[in-house]
Unconditional design. Structure first.
Length: 186
């Protein structure tokens, strides 16, 4: 993908974060990028092609973020699981969560967006379940724990996105307790 196409995708993600899929309009993006609409059509067939590229970039970015964090955590499965929890507590991005919410809202009325959200969910759950299996849990138990952990991490990151650092620290303590409960019997 060309650098110019990537600029359009990034601009589209910014608009998606700020106003949802309806805000991702060629005219608006061209204005933000300081180019003509003709520049858009040299990169994309139409708006739908841009929206598909935005979804692909989002899926790739979310999936890579999880895998990179697990690798960065290093060491034992427990250490990598804690690293994953820290990803959602210590480095929560307002823009990232705004995009997440916008994609999920978009997914309610668009099958491509629904498929993208399902792919991200599947990647996240696969990663979590694999870590729980490494801790010694049977596949079904590992999957159930991954779902519970994902629901907690995702939910808290949306619910408490704008909380002060002190509140986030107390939430981090709650997550550590949850981690210990989930890792028991391993």
């Amino acid at each position: 993908m060309s650098d110019k196409a990537q600029r359009w995708i990034e601009a589209g993600l910014n608009e998606l974060a700020g106003g949802g899929v309806d805000a991702v309009r060629v005219e608006v993006l061209a204005d933000r990028l300081g180019v003509t609409k003709g520049g858009f059509y040299r990169q994309f067939k139409d708006r739908r092609a841009l929206l598909e590229a935005i979804l692909d970039a989002w899926v790739r970015g979310r999936s890579e973020a999880i895998e990179n964090e697990i690798r960065r955590g290093g060491g034992t499965a427990r250490k990598r699981l804690k690293s994953l929890v820290r990803l959602y507590f210590e480095r929560v991005s307002v823009k990232g969560m705004s995009i997440e919410l916008a994609v999920r809202q978009w997914a309610r009325t668009d099958s491509a967006a629904a498929e993208a959200a399902a792919r991200v969910d599947a990647a996240r759950l696969r990663s979590g379940a694999a870590l729980y299996r490494e801790l010694g849990f049977a596949a079904e138990e590992a999957q159930a724990r991954a779902v519970l952990l994902y629901a907690f991490l995702f939910g808290q990151s949306l619910l408490f996105l704008d909380q002060a650092p002190r509140k986030r620290i107390s939430l981090n303590a709650a997550a550590n307790i949850l981690m210990e409960i989930h890792a028991e019997h391993s």
